[in-house]
Design a protein around this ligand. Structure first.
Ligand SMILES: [Fe+2]
Ligand SMILES: [Fe+2]
Length: 157
């Protein structure tokens, strides 16, 4: 694999991580705002809400580089959404559930199971919405990874 492609891939990973961080900051500050309000500090609650909005802007800026508008169609949006939800329901949550069980965290086991089911429902709903696109191609994460490895091999050859 040449360096140009390697650094491109690393930046793609970094964008993914930065997007995750900014997205988490957004939801975390909304949660903190709710708690601060319940604790009677309206001023701090509003500070968290204002900052949460700015974090959404930061997250969107990363998304625009990860998924440029020129590459997107409604069909592609639905495909990306289904891929993400299926990754959660088939790969991420089952693994997290297994580890939570090993560690005896029953609350986390229950939550991971519940959210795996909700991710499946989201995937089904998006697939339903995509029915009008005949060529809807569903690439599950595992398949996508295998395909990427094949491409990498070709490029290094
Ligand atoms: Fe930020
Ligand atoms: Fe979901």
């Amino acid at each position: 694999m040449n360096t140009r492609i390697q650094s491109h891939n690393q930046t793609a990973k970094n964008l993914e991580a930065a997007f995750a961080g900014e997205s988490m900051a957004n939801r975390k500050y909304l949660y903190f705002a709710k708690i601060a309000r319940e604790l009677g500090d309206e001023e701090v609650a509003q500070l968290f809400e204002k900052t949460a909005n700015e974090e959404t802007g930061h997250a969107f800026a990363h998304l625009e580089l990860m998924h440029p508008k020129k590459d997107l169609t409604v069909q592609r949006l639905l495909e990306l959404a289904v891929e993400g939800e299926l990754y959660e329901t088939n790969t991420m949550y089952p693994e997290f559930e297994r580890i939570a069980r090993e560690e005896g965290n029953e609350a986390a086991v229950a939550e991971f199971q519940e959210q795996a089911q909700e991710s499946q429902i989201h995937a089904d709903t998006f697939m339903q919405a995509a029915k009008r696109f005949k060529a809807f191609t569903l690439v599950e994460k595992a398949h996508a990874d295998r395909y990427q490895k094949m491409l990498d091999k070709k490029q290094s050859a």
